[in-house]
Design a protein around this ligand. Structure first.
Ligand code: ADE
Length: 275
């Protein structure tokens, strides 16, 4: 997977060289290119923002600067004047093949352009799964009061798969942390990224009946007077599975009733319904 990240603080992403992500880079599973948005400015102050049209507090990121950057990263030839993408990404009608069609490996070739935005739909595990099948992701980190709303419109109209996501109902100072969150959720799903693929399959928010995960315990069986649930050391795998499933259902109903409401009822067994 090729990842481009554009930010006015590209140093934020130096941490990607650590841990499992760093290993994935070393092994060639992902390539990451960070870019400073200011490199696409032409004025002496390298300004990327301007005052909001219609008034109001703060500054808004300028469409011209973002567009020069995105045109280059998406391979749009001479699109500054609104012309079509170049032959690499365009079909006969000048439309980029951005419909997300996947090849035999489930990999979608068209690049996906992603902007974190506190006013957008919330990023979910389902989005992470879908985006983990893309070959090329381009993340644009907004700052200040955000970016000019015409940017996503312009690229969508040219057939680009543009996504805007919030990572939760709170406001951050910029998109960098949100991009880090999305990036981690997406890339850990890449085949070979995690040491143990089973750990992904069993997690919260995954699968047909996305529940919060049951509690986990390790040794010792009793720690500071608190024992692990006895069934977990009974050696009866059927009972362990039932206990964990019941715990996941109970925990989800208590902490995230919204997830229970969204459950596909057909995935619930008779025993599940008793919980
Ligand atoms: N930028 C600022 N706050 C954000 C949020 N909650 N999600 C995504 N991008 C953001």
């Amino acid at each position: 997977m090729d990842i481009d990240i554009v930010s006015v603080f590209p140093e934020y992403f130096d941490v990607l060289n650590l841990s499992l992500f760093g290993k994935a880079i070393d092994r060639g599973l992902v390539t990451v290119h960070t870019h400073n948005l200011r490199q696409w400015t032409h004025d002496v102050h390298q300004s990327v923002d301007d005052t909001p049209v219609g008034g109001g507090a703060g500054m808004v990121m300028k469409p011209e600067v973002w567009a020069e950057c995105i045109d280059e990263l998406l391979g749009f030839g001479g699109a500054v004047d609104g012309s079509a993408p170049d032959a690499d990404t365009a079909d006969a009608n000048g439309t980029a093949d951005a419909n997300g069609t996947a090849d035999a490996n489930g990999t979608a070739d068209a690049p996906v352009l992603i902007f974190p935005n506190p006013s957008a739909p919330v990023f979910t595990q389902q989005d992470a799964t879908e985006l983990s099948r893309a070959r090329h992701l381009v993340f644009g980190c907004g700052r200040y009061e955000g970016y000019d709303a015409r940017i996503p419109v312009y690229y969508r109209e040219r057939g680009v798969d543009v996504r805007e996501y919030s990572i939760g109902d709170y406001v951050l100072n910029g998109g960098e942390v949100a991009v880090s969150v999305m990036l981690e959720a997406i890339t850990r799903l890449l085949p070979g990224f995690m040491g143990n693929a089973a750990s992904i399959v069993e997690e919260s928010y995954t699968g047909a009946n996305a529940l919060l995960e049951h509690n986990q315990y390790t040794k010792p069986a009793t720690w500071r007077g608190i024992g692990v649930p006895p069934v977990l050391i009974s050696g009866d795998h059927g009972k362990v599975d039932r206990f964990r499933r019941d715990e996941a259902l109970e925990k989800t109903s208590r902490i995230r009733p919204d997830l229970i409401e969204r459950l596909d009822c057909a995935t619930l067994s008779k025993a599940d319904r008793k919980t």
